[in-house]
Design a protein around this ligand. Structure first.
Ligand code: SF4
Ligand code: SF4
Length: 472
């Protein structure tokens, strides 16, 4: 029985409700009157239900699809302006006791190099990341109670926050580790993490169990209820995601939005972010063996429909996607991207020799962070290294309230310019710096609040003079 508030996975992600939703959307995909009504509702920017969003996803009427894409672009612009937040993944350890069939870190893979970084190695990696200009990391580790216990993760977080190299600092550590206990989530919260990210992989229980044949991750309910435990443990910024390609994308789309609705209904705060990864080539993983891969057109439609359905939720694409694909989805709704990423354990400080491959997946976008920053600015975006909200205690429902009132814009815009200025001063190439300075000169005039503008201009001058870390 579907119950959005239920603490039980199979009730808030009810298979029956998903199947009914898919059928409802199929029946209504040509229902112009209904589609118009849903688009009109979406224009109010208060989001859509999973059923409504599903109808838009299934719609094949060209003219209506153009309206859907235009609306997604409008909502993206209204909520996120031109800003794109930058981050990098940091793989701590690829030891894993699970058997996920789509990931080369699965326990039975004997060809991949197994690595776990020491604190000294992490220090080197973090310095290399700081020297690129990164301020925000997403920590990644396989599930392994012996090699990667929670104490190891906590120690790594402490190490990362403690490293101050030249003007560098990692100011926000997001964490993507296996589903765990309320007690461990509380420890992560106390360690000062930003977002807790956990991909569902697939919401389809039957497929989930086949795709995770062994290890603790096999337990669908425990995995699906992880965000509830994270919330109970005090983590109020959580990041959802599915791995597109494992199951039929329509099923995943409905499940993803139902999960978001559940968090909102049960805890009063929806997901902070949604990630939209697609299966990629990796050590012993061949993406063509998965039958449910989606093409770039469907991928773009999914991004647009998520943007419309949950306007307040940030959307992330990683370097799994190519430059061309990232360009397309940036305008449709993506608000955060990674840059200069390494998906191996180590590799930022010293490139990994080919015979020691420990990558989780092959990246598609292999450009440096400087190249990506320049590219974004040439496309008209403002790359942002902002981490202000979590450091100002603006998380969970406090953050969402600011988003919903539109007040967050007064912070995001000047913060993006000040953090970009830091990047330009400390890390950018001459060409990138010139482009960025011109961008800041243009953009600073657009800060609507005169008081905020005056403070931001003063802060920009102070950054040029060598001071760091200003925020609204
Ligand atoms: S997806 Fe995660 S849990 Fe599964 S094998 Fe890879 S690292 Fe382990
Ligand atoms: S002010 Fe907050 S919401 Fe805006 S970019 Fe910074 S951290 Fe994100």
């Amino acid at each position: 029985m579907y119950n959005v508030k239920s603490p039980r996975a199979q009730e808030f992600i009810s298979n029956e409700e998903i199947l009914d939703t898919l059928e409802y959307a199929k029946q209504n995909k040509d229902n112009v009157e209904l589609i118009d009504a849903i688009i009109a509702k979406a224009k109010l920017c208060k989001g859509l239900s999973h059923r409504e969003a599903m109808v838009l996803l299934d719609c094949e009427i060209e003219e209506k699809n153009q309206e859907i894409f235009a609306l997604a672009k409008q909502i993206k612009q209204d909520f996120y302006g031109n800003r794109i937040v930058m981050f990098a993944p940091l793989y701590l350890s690829n030891y894993c006791v699970n058997g996920c069939v789509y990931c080369p870190y699965h326990q039975k893979n004997k060809t991949i190099a197994r690595k776990k970084m020491t604190q000294a190695e992490i220090e080197k990696e973090v310095i290399a990341l700081q020297d690129m200009g990164h301020k925000r990391l997403a920590l990644e580790a396989g599930e392994d109670p012996i090699n990667n216990p929670i104490e190891y993760i906590l120690e790594c977080i402490d190490t990362i926050y403690s490293i101050k190299h030249k003007n560098g600092a990692i100011r926000r550590v997001n964490v993507n580790i296996a589903a765990t206990t309320v007690e461990n989530y509380r420890k992560l919260k106390d360690a000062g993490i930003g977002t807790y990210i956990l991909f569902q992989e697939t919401y389809n229980k039957e497929s989930y169990e086949k795709l995770h044949p062994t290890g603790p991750k096999h337990n669908y309910d425990y995995h699906t209820e992880a965000m509830d435990r994270a919330m109970e443990g005090g983590i109020d910024d959580v990041g959802l995601g599915v791995l597109f390609g494992l199951e039929l994308y329509r099923y995943e789309f409905a499940g993803l939005l139902m999960h978001a609705e559940h968090l909102e209904a049960a805890f009063g705060v929806g997901p902070h972010t949604i990630s939209v990864p697609r299966i990629r080539q990796a050590d012993d993983i061949d993406p063509t063996e998965f039958e449910n891969g989606i093409d770039d057109g469907i991928f773009a439609k999914i991004v647009a429909c998520i943007r419309i359905a949950v306007p307040y939720t940030g959307m992330i694409v990683s370097t799994r996607e190519s430059k061309e694909c990232r360009e397309k989805v940036l305008e449709l709704g993506v608000s955060q991207i990674s840059g200069g990423s390494k998906t191996s354990v180590g590799g930022y400080a010293t490139p990994e020799p080919e015979e020691e491959n420990s990558q989780q997946f092959d990246t598609s976008d292999k450009r440096t962070l400087d190249e990506i920053v320049k590219w974004l600015m040439d496309l008209g975006y403002t790359p942002s290294f902002c981490t202000a909200c979590y450091r100002e205690g603006r998380t969970g429902d406090r953050f969402m309230a600011l988003c919903k009132s539109g007040q967050i814009q007064n912070c995001c815009h000047p913060n993006s310019l000040m953090t970009l200025k830091e990047y330009l001063e400390d890390y950018a190439s001459l060409e990138t710096k010139a482009t960025g300075e011109a961008l800041i000169d243009r953009e600073i005039t657009k800060v609507p609040n005169e008081k905020v503008k005056a403070i931001a201009i003063k802060n920009l001058e102070d950054i040029a003079a060598g001071r760091r870390d200003f925020r609204f």
